[in-house]
Design a protein around this ligand. Structure first.
Ligand SMILES: Cc1cc2nc3c(=O)[nH]c(=O)nc-3n(C[C@H](O)[C@H](O)[C@H](O)COP(=O)(O)OP(=O)(O)OC[C@H]3O[C@@H](n4cnc5c(N)ncnc54)[C@H](O)[C@@H]3O)c2cc1C
Ligand code: SF4
Ligand code: SF4
Length: 340
């Protein structure tokens, strides 16, 4: 009997692990809840500005195409896990799809790769804002980048653009005291692209801290490129034409206002909405931030975690972690003589 692995979630993590396993002779089934594989990354755009800005997206390459056309990978879209029975080496899973409630048997390993939620999809912020024309989330901005042409991102000059950092992260009011780790990277790369196309545009970051993005004095480099940084958390964001940001002037208690044509809410990574249910079904635990953790290592339980389901990670981290998980499973397969 062939080694069979079930993967819950067909984003970057699930697809990377699936391809590595399938290329090494395993049968893989991906349960994907949406109507296509690829997760968030498939909706992102290149952030090169004249030269590559190392956003990590190239690592995905034509992954989705390879996974969709691999003879050893079965993708069940629109599906949801209902139950997991059995134990390492011989799991049965029950799932629901458009074809009703079905089961899969003789699964040796399970990889939970159900990813994360964007802040804008899970909660309304304690900041007041309306997502109207001109106020967009980081995810929506990624969508604009994915459709960029040789002429740029927008039709015409965007005028002035503000990035509000840490939206939904580093804030106990949002039940997310942690740093999402990826948003300083994607937002500052976006700003560089915007400056490249629209050198006249005013670009201002409202930030508290800048996470490591690339070696050297990154902040100085961005400022030299004409991008401005104001260290504060805005008090209020008002939608309108133009949009208005109220903030405490750094170094004083005075609240001042500044208008922008576009405001980007730099959202972070939140736990998957179904994390608790997945933890229950897959004998995992939920950490204090809501991400999944193994109770024991996957080598003992046959259930592995890959990608942002266990916490915020950049594309390159997700990619290497998912390859590593697949290789542990392949090591087990080799030790088991290729079959169980
Ligand atoms: C706005 C934004 C921009 C970003 N830009 C960058 C960047 O430029 N560079 C970078 O390095 N990182 C970036 N990141 C981080 C990047 O998005 C993650 O590293 C990556 O998407 C994680 O992949 P994943 O497979 O773990 O999760 P996801 O992309 O969330 O994929 C999870 C998949 O699982 C499916 N799923 C969920 N629950 C279930 C279930 N119960 N059953 C079946 N399927 C399920 C989902 O539909 C989805 O297809 C960004 C993050 C954000 C929020
Ligand atoms: S997608 Fe990212 S890594 Fe690839 S060329 Fe563009 S900026 Fe560079
Ligand atoms: S990566 Fe940057 S923007 Fe995101 S939560 Fe951390 S400090 Fe804030």
């Amino acid at each position: 009997m062939n080694h069979r692995t079930l993967i819950i979630g067909g984003g970057l993590a699930g697809c990377t692990a699936a391809l590595e396993l399938a290329n090494n002779g395993c049968e893989v089934t991906i349960l994907e809840k949406s109507d296509r594989i690829g997760g968030k990354v498939r909706q992102y755009g290149c952030k090169a500005a004249g030269r590559c800005n190392n956003c990590g997206l190239c690592l995905a390459g034509d992954l989705w195409n390879q996974v969709e056309n691999h003879g050893k990978i079965t993708i069940i879209i629109g599906s949801r896990l209902i139950d997991v029975l059995g134990s390492k080496g011989d799991f049965s899973v029950i799932y629901k799809s458009g074809k009703g409630v079905l089961s899969l048997d003789r699964i040796q390993d399970i990889i939970v790769a159900a990813g994360f939620e964007e802040f804008s999809t899970v909660s309304s912020s304690s900041l007041e804002f309306n997502t109207e024309d001109g106020i967009i989330s980081g995810h929506q901005m990624e969508g604009l980048f994915s459709r960029r042409t040789n002429d740029g991102i927008f039709t015409g000059s965007p005028g002035s653009i503000a990035f509000i950092q840490c939206l939904g992260s580093r804030d106990v009011r949002e039940k997310a005291a942690y740093c999402s780790r990826v948003c300083c990277g994607y937002s500052t790369r976006m700003a560089r692209v915007l400056k490249y196309y629209y050198p006249e545009a005013e670009i201002v970051f409202f930030y508290m801290d800048l996470q490591w993005v690339e070696a050297g004095e990154y902040l100085d480099r961005l400022e030299n490129e004409g991008i401005k940084f104001i260290r504060c958390r805005p008090v209020k964001i008002k939608a309108g034409k133009p949009n208005r940001i109220q903030f405490e002037q750094p170094g004083t208690a005075a609240v001042v206002e500044k208008d922008f044509d576009i405001i980007v809410l730099t959202e972070g990574i939140h736990p998957a909405e179904n994390a608790e249910r997945l933890a229950e079904l897959c004998m995992l635990k939920v950490d204090k931030s809501g991400f999944l953790k193994n109770v024991k290592g996957g080598e003992h339980t046959g259930i592995y975690l890959a990608g942002c389901i266990s916490g915020p990670k950049r594309i390159e981290e997700v990619y290497s972690e998912s390859l590593a998980v697949a290789r542990v499973i392949l090591g087990r397969k080799a030790n088991d003589g290729g079959s169980l």
